[in-house]
Design a binder for this molecule. Structure first.
Ligand SMILES: Cc1cc2nc3c(=O)[nH]c(=O)nc-3n(C[C@H](O)[C@H](O)[C@H](O)COP(=O)(O)OP(=O)(O)OC[C@H]3O[C@@H](n4cnc5c(N)ncnc54)[C@H](O)[C@@H]3O)c2cc1C
Length: 127
């Protein structure tokens, strides 16, 4: 998955249009992950408007936090079906603004904390 915005690159629909014109997106996401795991209010989204570089801020239009592999797959499938652009975020400690979603959807992955395997040689962990 690219750290940059992913999704339908051929769509002429802007990220703003893809999320706001689609009133059912938050509801469809909530059906997958539960209502508490979908944030829409500006006040709630403030926590995700910067990474480890707090001087640079971009607020997402919506944030979703799947808790399992299957939920993550279902959420990303939904984004692909609807042409919704998104940015994945881990702990948000990057220092280059790569985890900021500028008025597009933030896919928060910090709930995926169960370590399945660690490949130290290749610096790879499966969670
Ligand atoms: C105080 C401090 C000290 C630090 N010290 C070090 C250090 O000693 N060594 C070092 O190497 N780094 C250091 N860093 C940098 C930072 O911790 C690393 O960049 C960290 O690995 C980022 O991980 P994250 O999960 O927080 O990613 P995020 O900040 O959430 O994201 C970083 C990038 O990865 C992308 N991304 C996140 N999750 C996924 C995913 N599942 N799939 C695809 N793309 C994804 C994001 O979109 C973004 O572009 C430090 C940062 C801070 C704030």
């Amino acid at each position: 998955m690219s750290p940059a915005a992913a999704g339908s690159s051929s769509s002429s629909v802007s990220a703003r249009g893809a999320t706001r014109a689609d009133d059912g997106l938050a509801r469809a996401l909530a059906a997958i992950v539960g209502e508490r795991r979908v944030l829409e209010r500006p006040g709630e989204l403030r926590a995700y408007e910067s990474d480890g570089l707090p001087g640079y801020q971009q607020r997402p239009s919506l944030a979703v936090f799947p808790g399992t592999r299957d939920e993550t797959i279902a959420v990303v499938r939904l984004f692909a079906e609807r042409g919704v652009r998104f940015v994945p975020r881990g702990a948000g400690t990057g220092l280059s603004g790569g985890a900021l979603a500028d008025d597009i959807v933030l896919l928060g992955l910090h709930r995926l904390r169960r370590i399945v395997s660690i490949d130290a040689e290749n610096c790879r962990a499966v969670v």
